[in-house]
Design a protein around this ligand. Structure first.
Ligand code: 2AM
Ligand code: CA
Ligand code: CA
Ligand code: CA
Length: 260
């Protein structure tokens, strides 16, 4: 098991390194941009070409694995049995288009429903956050220490913009009790801040590919990842997710419970 974790970790880091080198250059290129569900929901030719080649490489190396991916090149499983790869080719597409910064590419791997190996590349900073419960979590080759179990008043939180503006789930109260709010616009970049201890909580509506890699890394480092009612997340559907230190997640769940 541990040997297989290590092998998949090597596979993911090498694959995402190649993806990162391409996207680093593509960030400066003209993009063909289309909207999906609305004007804030974008997809570019690079989201599609990246996903197509990542899915193909996974299929060549793990022919029996199931692949769940955002732009339509994967499968649509109804169970988490066996090896399941979740692929988000470009996470933070709006940033990729507007800022050419703060976007990621990520792959999370689950074995029989359990977090197994995850990898997130911060493309513009050329850093890969990767690992799993059996092997620990690394920033490139450097092993990361578990983040301190800070309280809400001791750290920065990241909550999706529309959720805070609408004060959904009492999120404005959460912000008032924290050190402040930061909104990066890429789940992958926020998970990077959680595993390096720079933020203490992330709350957002996430699809399985937004969550998969970050959940593996968080849970491997003693951070909590739960649904908005405190129940375990379901990797086969989209849902509101709270991820953060154990203390902050309990405080936020209490605040959510008391929302009017
Ligand atoms: P994306 O860029 O891969 O679409 C932006 O706030 C963050 O939320 C990004 O990680 C973005 O991923 C994700 N996101 C954007 N729209 C979403 C939606 N409708 N459902 C779930 N996640 C979304
Ligand atoms: Ca998208
Ligand atoms: Ca995403
Ligand atoms: Ca995406």
């Amino acid at each position: 098991m541990k040997e297989q974790s290590k092998e998949i970790d090597k596979f993911l880091t090498s694959l995402l390194k190649d993806v990162g080198e391409k996207l680093f250059v593509d960030a400066d290129r003209n993009k063909s941009v289309a909207t999906k569900s609305g004007r804030n929901d974008l997809v570019t030719n690079f989201d599609k070409s990246t996903e197509k080649s990542v899915v193909q490489t996974i299929k060549e190396n793990y022919p029996d694995a199931v692949i769940v991916s955002e732009e339509g090149y994967g499968d649509t499983p109804d169970s988490m049995d066996g090896l399941v790869f979740f692929v988000d080719p470009i996470d933070g597409t709006m940033n990729f288009v507007k800022r050419r910064d703060d976007f990621a590419s990520m792959i999370g791997v689950y074995l029989d429903g359990k977090p197994y190996v995850g990898a997130i590349i911060d493309v513009m900073n050329k850093k890969i956050y990767h690992g799993g419960p059996e092997i620990g979590v690394y920033e490139n080759e450097h092993k990361l220490e578990n983040p301190e179990n800070l309280e809400l008043s001791q750290g920065l939180v990241d909550i999706s913009g529309p959720m805070v503006l609408a004060n959904k789930f009492n999120t404005q109260k959460v912000v008032h009790h924290s050190s402040g709010i930061r909104i990066f616009g890429s789940a992958g970049i926020v998970f990077k801040h959680l595993v390096t201890g720079k933020e203490v909580m992330y709350m957002s509506y996430l699809a399985p590919w937004d969550l998969a890699a970050g959940r593996v890394l968080c849970e491997s480092m003693g951070l909590n990842v739960v649904g908005v009612d405190g129940t375990p997340v379901n990797m086969l559907k989209s849902q509101v997710v709270i991820a953060g230190t154990q203390k902050v997640v309990s405080e936020v769940l209490e605040t959510v419970k008391n929302c009017d």
